[in-house]
Write a protein that binds this ligand. Structure first.
Ligand SMILES: [Zn+2]
Length: 447
C-alpha cells in the first residue's frame, strides 16, 4: 500500500514535499518522495490524498475513555469542585454505562487521529473499548485507597485483576500498566508497596501528580477542599491525614515511589525548580495537559524547565469530563500559545508541539523504537490530515498548518499497525450511530 500527499512528516527527519509512504503488513516499509516510491515499488496500490499531511498517529499521553459521557457536565468549576461533582455524578453510572462511555471515547480518539492512548481506568471499560476499536496503548489499572485497614485487600484484588487484564489484552495492541491515582487518594504505604509490586511485574506506572493547588495544600498542609469535602464524600472522614510539610513531588520521592523509574506523571503544574530536579533525577516522564490544566484553573506547567533538562514530555488531552474534546490539534495550538504568553517569547515552535504529540510522547512511554515517527521498520501507525479547506489554504509549512489551522475534523485516515480504523468519516470496527445513540440516555442521568 502506498499513501501519498502534498506533505509527509516523518518527524525524525525533515518534511518531504510531494511525499509518499509504503506500508507492508503491519509495518512501514519505506518513506520518500512520491516519484522515488512509485519507481521503487511500481506494483503498489496508490492512495493519493492530495493537499494533505501524512504523519505518525498522535500519542495521547493522558486519557480516561470511560469519562466521555461527562462532556460538558462539570464545566466552569475549579479542580476540587470539579472532582467533587464528577465523583457524585459518577455514582449514577452502571457497568454498561461505563462501557458505552468508553466506546464513545474510543470513537472520538480514532476520529481525532489518536492511534496510541495512555489511559487510566478504574472500571476496565477502556480496555474493552480500546481493544475492540483497534487502538494501541497502555491501559493503566487505577487504584485508590486511604483506609489502612483495607490495603491488604486492595493489593490482592490488584494482583488478580491485573492478571486478568493482561490476559484480556492478549492479541491486541494494548499493554497493561498500573496507576496509583494521586497523592490525595492513595495512602503512602499503598503508594510505596503498589509501585514496588508494579515494577516487580514489569508494569509501566502512571500517576496524577502536582496538578491542582488543592492537591498541593492537601499534601503539604493537610488543608483545603480535598481534605474536607472530598474526603467526607468518599467516606474517609475518620482517617487521619498527617500533613507532610513538603510538596507533592518531594513527598512521593520520600516514600520511594520514583525508585526504579518507569513512571509517567500527569499534570506537574505545582512544581518548583527543586521538584523538577527530583523528577529529572528519577527520569520521570511528563504528560503535559495544557488545556485541562488551564480549564480547571490548575495553572500552567513550566514546560521550558522540563525540556531544558532533557526530560521526556508528551501531550495529553485528559478526558472530555474536563477538557470537552480530545482534539490534539487544539491541545498543541493552545499549549503553544499559553507558553508564548507566559514566557513572553517565541521560543516554542509549532514543530516542538507536533514532536511532543508524536515521537516525544512515544519516548515518554518507552515506545520510541516502535512508534512516533515514520521510519522503515516501525509500526504503521499513520494518520492523514486534510489541508484543502479555506481556513488552511495556502499552506507553505506543514508544521505551521497543522498547529495553527487544523482540527480533529480534518482527519481523513487513521491507521494502526497497517489496519485502517477510520477513513472518509467511516469506522472499520465501531458502529458510530449505535455508540452515539447509547450515549444520550446516560447523559440524561448525569446531568
Ligand atoms: Zn486524569
Amino acid at each position: 500500500m502506498l499513501l501519498a500527499a502534498k506533505w509527509v512528516l516523518p518527524i525524525s527527519h525533515k518534511p518531504v514535499e510531494n511525499g509518499a509512504i509504503v506500508i507492508e503488513g503491519t509495518k512501514i516499509k519505506d518513506v520518500g518522495t512520491f516519484e522515488e516510491m512509485v519507481n521503487k515499488y511500481p506494483g503498489e496500490e496508490v492512495s493519493d490524498f492530495g493537499k494533505a499531511v501524512i504523519l505518525p498517529g498522535f500519542i495521547d499521553l493522558h486519557t480516561h475513555l470511560e469519562y466521555s459521557v461527562f462532556r460538558g457536565v462539570c464545566d466552569d468549576l475549579g479542580y476540587a469542585d470539579w472532582k467533587i461533582q464528577l465523583t457524585i455524578k459518577s455514582r449514577t453510572l452502571t457497568e454498561s454505562d461505563w462501557m458505552h462511555s468508553a466506546y464513545l471515547g474510543a470513537l472520538e480518539a480514532i476520529q481525532s487521529g489518536i492511534t496510541t492512548i495512555a489511559d487510566i481506568t478504574k472500571s476496565g471499560a477502556s480496555l474493552t473499548a480500546a481493544k475492540d476499536a483497534g487502538l494501541r496503548g497502555i491501559i493503566y489499572y487505577e487504584v485508590t485507597g486511604m483506609d489502612y485497614a483495607k490495603l491488604p485487600k486492595i493489593m490482592s484484588h490488584m494482583d488478580k485483576d491485573v492478571t486478568n487484564w493482561i490476559d484480556k489484552a492478549k492479541g491486541s495492541n494494548l499493554i497493561i500498566g498500573f496507576a496509583p491515582h494521586s497523592p490525595y487518594t492513595v495512602a503512602p504505604p499503598l503508594f510505596q508497596e503498589s509501585t514496588k509490586w508494579a515494577r516487580e511485574r514489569n508494569l509501566q506506572i502512571c500517576t496524577h501528580l502536582a496538578g491542582s493547588k488543592a492537591e498541593y495544600d492537601f499534601v503539604k498542609y493537610g488543608s483545603g477542599q480535598l481534605s474536607n469535602e472530598y474526603w467526607n464524600l468518599v467516606g474517609w472522614n475518620n482517617i487521619l491525614w498527617q500533613p507532610t510539610g513538603v510538596s507533592p513531588v518531594k513527598y512521593l520521592e520520600e516514600w520511594g515511589v520514583f525508585d526504579g523509574g518507569n513512571i509517567l506523571a500527569v499534570h506537574c503544574v505545582q512544581v518548583d525548580e527543586s521538584d523538577i530536579d527530583i523528577l529529572k533525577r528519577y527520569n520521570v516522564s511528563i504528560a503535559h495537559c495544557p488545556r485541562c490544566n488551564a480549564k480547571l484553573g490548575m495553572g500552567i506547567a513550566p514546560l521550558s524547565s522540563f525540556l531544558s533538562r532533557g526530560m521526556s514530555v508528551g501531550i495529553g488531552t485528559d478526558s472530555p469530563a474536563s477538557n470537552n474534546t480530545t482534539d490534539v490539534f487544539d491541545e498543541m495550538r493552545i499549549g503553544l500559545l499559553i507558553q508564548r504568553g507566559i514566557t513572553r517569547s517565541a521560543d516554542f515552535t509549532a514543530e516542538d508541539f507536533v514532536y511532543m504529540a508524536t515521537l516525544g510522547g512515544a519516548g515518554a512511554v518507552n515506545m520510541q523504537d516502535k512508534i512516533g515517527s515514520l521510519e522503515a521498520g516501525k509500526e504503521a501507525d499513520v494518520i492523514v490530515v486534510d489541508m484543502s479547506h479555506s481556513h488552511q489554504v495556502p499552506a507553505g509549512d506543514p508544521y505551521s498548518a497543522l498547529v495553527y489551522t487544523a482540527n480533529q475534523e480534518n482527519i481523513v485516515l487513521t491507521m494502526v499497525a497497517g489496519k485502517v480504523l477510520y477513513k472518509d468519516y467511516g469506522y472499520t470496527n465501531l458502529d458510530e450511530m449505535e455508540i452515539l445513540k447509547k450515549s444520550e440516555p446516560i447523559r440524561k442521568k448525569v446531568k
